[in-house]
Write a protein that binds this ligand. Sequence first.
Ligand code: NDP
Ligand code: 8X3
Length: 253
Amino acid sequence: MNKITLITGATSGIGRSCAVVFAKNKHDLIITGRREKILNDLSKELIAEYGVKVMALAFDIRNNSEVSAAVISLPEEWKNIEILINNAGLAVGLNSIQDGVIDDWERMIDTNIKGLLYMSRAILPLFINNGKGHVINIGSIAGKEVYPNGNVYCATKHGVDALTKAMRIELVKENIKVTQVAPGAIETEFSLVRFKGDSEMADKVYKGYQPLEADDVANSVFYVTTLPEHVNINDMVIMPTAQASATIFNKND
Ligand code: NDP
Ligand code: 8X3
């Protein structure tokens, strides 16, 4: 087997781009997400194009029984995972707290915080057993700043920021690297999900400036895995050149 990398949320956006970049660089992959057909199609594509091994596992990361069953079901040779990319996540809605939709809050908290914890809880014992590993958590500029109506999404990404620091403190003695990659605006399915399928609203988010592409982030994620054993990047904030903060853009309209 090549080096094994597990990527959550590989059916779209950053996760999908990471799958392509890591496969290109000869990593065998465990790719996850809920949309099974997309996972299976991607899996076939990566095997054919790059000659790597790919295991597709479809499950809902919000459900701890599904997460642990998927990890337990891995054949022994696939348990030698070296890199975990905790990428699956989403924003749903953009409302003030007083107008908030409880179900939206629960989807974000359950996916972005609890899902990342379930996945980490399942994989970290394997890393500890192997005496090494690298966790890369996909945070956000929303985990560094709070913006109007971003409340719960920002709280979940501040949670990812805190959990990344916690993991680094708790895993340093285990020879496990922990990195956060925290991007600004990237054109993916993110805004379509946030605006519940309203493509006009989603398109507006990326108008008048050049957002990041998923590949920009995937290449950065890959870069942090290429450093020498004794070097770790703790935190990487990656922004479009035209974005100075969560809310300040250089837009031409
Ligand atoms: P996409 O919507 O394109 O991708 C999100 C991925 O997460 C999909 O593969 C989706 O898979 C998966 N996912 C969502 N919910 C679940 C679930 N319950 N169980 C399993 N998988 C799930 O968005 P991005 O690629 O942009 O987002 C990836 C990460 O990057 C997220 O954590 C997001 O918060 C973060 N981010 C995004 C930014 C942006 O501007 N786009 C900026 C900063 C950070 P499926 O639907 O098949 O389950
Ligand atoms: C996604 C970026 O600024 O829309 O995490 O929250 S933002």
